[in-house]
Design a binder for this molecule. Structure first.
Ligand SMILES: [Zn+2]
Ligand SMILES: [Zn+2]
Length: 249
């Protein structure tokens, strides 16, 4: 997969065309080869992010020709469909960790391009883009919500509006992966609420794309989807950077 063109209108405004570090050659974040636009080189994308068949509902890898995985046929998620740019495996696990935990905001633009490329066909069915919010304490600690940093950039590439206030996260849910499905569900119930009256008006009747960094069990995204549907969203698609291989529960 070729890296998508950074921003469609990069020559439209001098303010945009000048001074964006990622339009200049820089080492690929995976292999360190000099590349342009900066971030990820075409060779690494071909090698580590080849297009693969994925379940339409949960983005897990499926054999060619399969539309929906057995797990989703049996117990479909609340979100209408899910799209993932990568598998959650080398090198993307490291890239996403650097982006989230090491003050790695420079990763936001190249990762958002990859998400925009992966969702090119789906964006036509979306009216509004949002992100899974962080709880306030986590946001203060990190300084940014990695999902929102991806969401608003991907939305701009698709020329879609984006809002970060459609959902409120009432509490954080650490170590979610160590819990079984019943515990996860209990832990997350009521973790998200629709935003204020203006946010509810914005979401009402809309087809929403909900962005997150990694999709593992789908419990968090499912709860966030529930809150968006409660607020009146017509449908919710889930767009994630990376999908874990094993669906636990
Ligand atoms: Zn590379
Ligand atoms: Zn599935």
């Amino acid at each position: 997969m070729e890296a998508p063109h950074p921003i469609a209108d990069r020559h439209a405004a001098p303010r945009v065309a000048r001074g964006r570090w990622w339009q200049w050659p820089a080492p690929c974040g995976v292999c360190a080869t000099w590349t342009r636009p900066a971030g990820l080189c075409a060779d690494c994308l071909r090698r580590f992010a080849p297009p693969v068949p994925r379940c339409r509902r949960c983005a897990i890898r499926v054999p060619g020709g399969v539309q929906v995985c057995g797990s989703c046929l049996h117990d479909p998620p609340r979100f209408e469909r899910a799209v993932a740019a990568f598998d959650y495996a080398f090198p993307w696990d490291r890239v996403i960790a650097a982006f989230k935990f090491r003050d790695g905001l420079e990763w936001a633009a190249p990762l958002a391009w990859q998400l925009a490329a992966a969702t090119a066909a789906d964006a036509a069915e979306v009216d509004l883009v949002t992100a899974v919010p962080l709880a306030d304490a986590r946001l203060r600690e990190r300084g940014y919500n990695q999902a929102w940093e991806i969401a608003h950039r991907a939305a701009r590439t698709h020329r879609l509006p984006a809002r970060h206030d459609l959902l409120q996260r009432l509490r954080d849910t650490p170590r979610q992966m160590q819990l079984d499905k019943r515990q996860r569900d209990a832990n997350l119930r009521g973790a998200f609420m629709p935003g204020d009256a203006a946010a509810r008006r914005a979401v009402h009747g809309r087809h929403v794309a909900l962005v997150d960094d990694v999709l593992t069990t789908g419990t968090t995204a499912g709860e966030a989807t529930r809150a968006l549907l409660e607020a009146g969203a017509r449908s919710v698609q889930l767009w994630v950077l990376a999908r874990t291989a094993r669906k636990a529960g």
